[in-house]
Design a protein. Structure first.
Length: 202
Protein backbone atom coordinates (compact mmCIF):
# COMPACT_ATOMS: atom_id res chain seq x y z
CA UNK A 1 0.00 0.00 0.00
CA UNK A 2 1.56 3.35 -1.03
CA UNK A 3 2.34 5.82 1.72
CA UNK A 4 0.90 9.32 1.22
CA UNK A 5 2.75 12.54 1.92
CA UNK A 6 0.23 13.25 4.68
CA UNK A 7 1.13 9.94 6.35
CA UNK A 8 4.82 10.81 6.23
CA UNK A 9 4.17 14.24 7.73
CA UNK A 10 2.06 12.70 10.48
CA UNK A 11 4.79 10.16 11.28
CA UNK A 12 7.43 12.90 11.41
CA UNK A 13 5.22 14.93 13.72
CA UNK A 14 4.78 11.95 16.05
CA UNK A 15 8.54 11.30 16.10
CA UNK A 16 9.29 14.92 17.01
CA UNK A 17 6.62 14.89 19.70
CA UNK A 18 8.10 11.73 21.23
CA UNK A 19 11.57 13.21 21.14
CA UNK A 20 10.42 16.33 22.95
CA UNK A 21 9.12 14.02 25.67
CA UNK A 22 12.55 12.34 25.79
CA UNK A 23 11.13 9.01 24.62
CA UNK A 24 12.81 8.95 21.21
CA UNK A 25 16.47 9.67 20.38
CA UNK A 26 17.18 12.79 18.33
CA UNK A 27 18.45 11.84 14.90
CA UNK A 28 20.07 14.80 13.17
CA UNK A 29 19.65 13.26 9.74
CA UNK A 30 17.19 10.44 9.11
CA UNK A 31 15.40 9.53 5.88
CA UNK A 32 11.70 8.92 5.48
CA UNK A 33 12.43 5.20 5.28
CA UNK A 34 13.45 5.27 8.97
CA UNK A 35 10.10 6.56 10.21
CA UNK A 36 8.99 3.08 11.18
CA UNK A 37 8.01 1.78 7.73
CA UNK A 38 10.88 -0.75 7.53
CA UNK A 39 13.95 -1.83 9.56
CA UNK A 40 16.67 0.75 10.23
CA UNK A 41 19.10 1.24 7.35
CA UNK A 42 21.58 3.75 8.73
CA UNK A 43 24.91 4.25 6.98
CA UNK A 44 26.80 1.19 8.07
CA UNK A 45 28.82 -0.97 8.68
CA UNK A 46 30.22 0.93 11.70
CA UNK A 47 28.04 1.97 14.64
CA UNK A 48 30.14 4.11 16.97
CA UNK A 49 29.94 4.58 20.72
CA UNK A 50 31.26 8.07 20.07
CA UNK A 51 32.22 9.45 23.48
CA UNK A 52 33.74 6.08 24.35
CA UNK A 53 36.01 6.43 21.32
CA UNK A 54 36.93 10.03 22.16
CA UNK A 55 37.93 9.07 25.72
CA UNK A 56 39.87 6.01 24.49
CA UNK A 57 41.92 8.23 22.16
CA UNK A 58 43.44 10.36 24.94
CA UNK A 59 45.95 7.78 26.31
CA UNK A 60 46.90 6.77 22.76
CA UNK A 61 48.73 10.10 22.46
CA UNK A 62 50.01 11.82 19.33
CA UNK A 63 47.40 13.16 16.94
CA UNK A 64 44.67 11.34 18.85
CA UNK A 65 45.30 12.92 22.24
CA UNK A 66 43.07 15.91 21.41
CA UNK A 67 40.39 14.00 19.50
CA UNK A 68 36.95 15.63 19.43
CA UNK A 69 33.67 14.61 17.85
CA UNK A 70 34.38 16.97 14.95
CA UNK A 71 37.91 15.71 14.34
CA UNK A 72 36.68 12.11 14.58
CA UNK A 73 34.20 12.88 11.80
CA UNK A 74 37.02 14.42 9.76
CA UNK A 75 39.24 11.37 10.26
CA UNK A 76 36.46 9.04 9.16
CA UNK A 77 35.69 11.01 6.01
CA UNK A 78 39.40 11.34 5.16
CA UNK A 79 39.91 7.58 5.30
CA UNK A 80 40.74 6.08 1.89
CA UNK A 81 38.62 3.09 2.90
CA UNK A 82 35.48 5.21 2.52
CA UNK A 83 34.17 4.16 5.90
CA UNK A 84 30.43 4.42 6.48
CA UNK A 85 29.52 5.17 10.06
CA UNK A 86 26.75 6.25 12.37
CA UNK A 87 27.92 8.11 15.48
CA UNK A 88 25.77 7.65 18.59
CA UNK A 89 26.18 10.22 21.36
CA UNK A 90 24.72 10.66 24.84
CA UNK A 91 22.24 13.41 25.57
CA UNK A 92 21.68 16.35 23.25
CA UNK A 93 23.94 18.26 20.81
CA UNK A 94 26.57 20.44 22.50
CA UNK A 95 27.64 23.90 21.23
CA UNK A 96 31.14 22.77 20.24
CA UNK A 97 29.97 19.72 18.29
CA UNK A 98 29.20 19.49 14.55
CA UNK A 99 26.01 21.00 13.20
CA UNK A 100 23.50 18.73 11.40
CA UNK A 101 24.74 19.77 7.95
CA UNK A 102 28.47 19.91 8.62
CA UNK A 103 29.09 16.27 7.70
CA UNK A 104 26.24 15.20 5.38
CA UNK A 105 27.85 11.81 4.71
CA UNK A 106 27.67 10.83 8.38
CA UNK A 107 24.74 10.39 10.75
CA UNK A 108 25.00 11.78 14.27
CA UNK A 109 22.41 10.26 16.58
CA UNK A 110 21.86 11.85 20.01
CA UNK A 111 20.16 9.67 22.59
CA UNK A 112 18.21 12.47 24.25
CA UNK A 113 18.08 13.65 27.86
CA UNK A 114 18.25 10.84 30.39
CA UNK A 115 18.71 8.11 27.77
CA UNK A 116 22.15 6.45 27.54
CA UNK A 117 23.77 6.03 24.15
CA UNK A 118 24.24 2.33 25.02
CA UNK A 119 20.48 1.82 24.92
CA UNK A 120 20.16 3.52 21.53
CA UNK A 121 23.02 1.42 20.12
CA UNK A 122 21.32 -1.75 21.36
CA UNK A 123 18.03 -0.75 19.74
CA UNK A 124 19.72 0.10 16.45
CA UNK A 125 21.51 -3.25 16.38
CA UNK A 126 18.25 -5.09 17.06
CA UNK A 127 16.39 -3.17 14.33
CA UNK A 128 19.15 -3.38 11.72
CA UNK A 129 18.25 -5.31 8.60
CA UNK A 130 21.92 -6.21 8.01
CA UNK A 131 23.25 -7.32 11.38
CA UNK A 132 26.00 -9.53 9.93
CA UNK A 133 27.47 -6.53 8.10
CA UNK A 134 27.31 -4.28 11.16
CA UNK A 135 30.28 -3.60 13.45
CA UNK A 136 29.78 -1.88 16.80
CA UNK A 137 32.78 0.11 18.04
CA UNK A 138 32.99 0.34 21.82
CA UNK A 139 35.02 -0.58 24.89
CA UNK A 140 31.85 -1.24 26.85
CA UNK A 141 31.74 -5.01 27.34
CA UNK A 142 27.97 -5.13 27.77
CA UNK A 143 27.37 -3.21 24.52
CA UNK A 144 29.84 -5.40 22.63
CA UNK A 145 28.34 -8.61 24.04
CA UNK A 146 24.82 -7.51 23.09
CA UNK A 147 25.97 -6.76 19.56
CA UNK A 148 27.56 -10.19 19.14
CA UNK A 149 24.54 -11.98 20.61
CA UNK A 150 22.38 -10.26 18.01
CA UNK A 151 24.56 -11.29 15.07
CA UNK A 152 26.68 -8.15 14.69
CA UNK A 153 30.43 -7.78 15.18
CA UNK A 154 32.18 -5.63 17.77
CA UNK A 155 35.68 -4.14 18.01
CA UNK A 156 37.38 -1.94 20.58
CA UNK A 157 37.61 1.83 20.26
CA UNK A 158 41.41 1.58 20.04
CA UNK A 159 41.19 -0.93 17.19
CA UNK A 160 38.93 1.40 15.22
CA UNK A 161 41.24 4.39 15.76
CA UNK A 162 44.25 2.31 14.70
CA UNK A 163 42.30 1.29 11.61
CA UNK A 164 41.76 4.95 10.71
CA UNK A 165 45.40 5.89 11.30
CA UNK A 166 46.78 2.83 9.55
CA UNK A 167 44.65 3.41 6.45
CA UNK A 168 45.81 7.01 6.14
CA UNK A 169 49.49 6.11 6.64
CA UNK A 170 49.26 3.37 4.01
CA UNK A 171 47.57 5.78 1.61
CA UNK A 172 50.34 8.36 2.08
CA UNK A 173 53.06 5.73 1.56
CA UNK A 174 51.40 4.55 -1.64
CA UNK A 175 51.08 8.12 -2.91
CA UNK A 176 54.75 8.85 -2.18
CA UNK A 177 55.85 5.62 -3.85
CA UNK A 178 54.20 6.72 -7.09
CA UNK A 179 56.28 9.93 -7.26
CA UNK A 180 59.69 9.95 -9.02
CA UNK A 181 62.55 9.58 -6.53
CA UNK A 182 63.90 13.06 -7.19
CA UNK A 183 60.43 14.49 -6.47
CA UNK A 184 60.39 12.75 -3.10
CA UNK A 185 63.83 14.00 -2.10
CA UNK A 186 63.58 17.43 -3.68
CA UNK A 187 66.93 16.91 -5.45
CA UNK A 188 67.32 17.84 -9.11
CA UNK A 189 69.24 15.61 -11.51
CA UNK A 190 72.49 16.86 -13.14
CA UNK A 191 70.63 17.42 -16.42
CA UNK A 192 67.94 19.51 -14.72
CA UNK A 193 70.59 21.55 -12.87
CA UNK A 194 72.50 22.33 -16.10
CA UNK A 195 69.24 23.30 -17.84
CA UNK A 196 68.22 25.83 -15.21
CA UNK A 197 71.77 27.25 -14.96
CA UNK A 198 71.62 27.98 -18.70
CA UNK A 199 68.12 29.44 -18.39
CA UNK A 200 69.32 31.95 -15.78
CA UNK A 201 72.59 32.68 -17.66
CA UNK A 202 74.80 31.20 -14.96
Amino acid sequence: MPISCATVRDAASVCWSLHQKNTLPLILRFPVSDLGFRPYHYPMPYLLDTYNIVHAAIPMGGQLSNLTVRSLCQWILASPQRIKATLVLDGRPKPDEPSPNEFPDLDLVYSGTGIPADKVIAQMVERSGHKKKLTVVTNDRAVALHARRNGASAISSEAFLQLLMGAQKAHRRAANAQLPQNKNTGTASHGETDHWLKEFGL
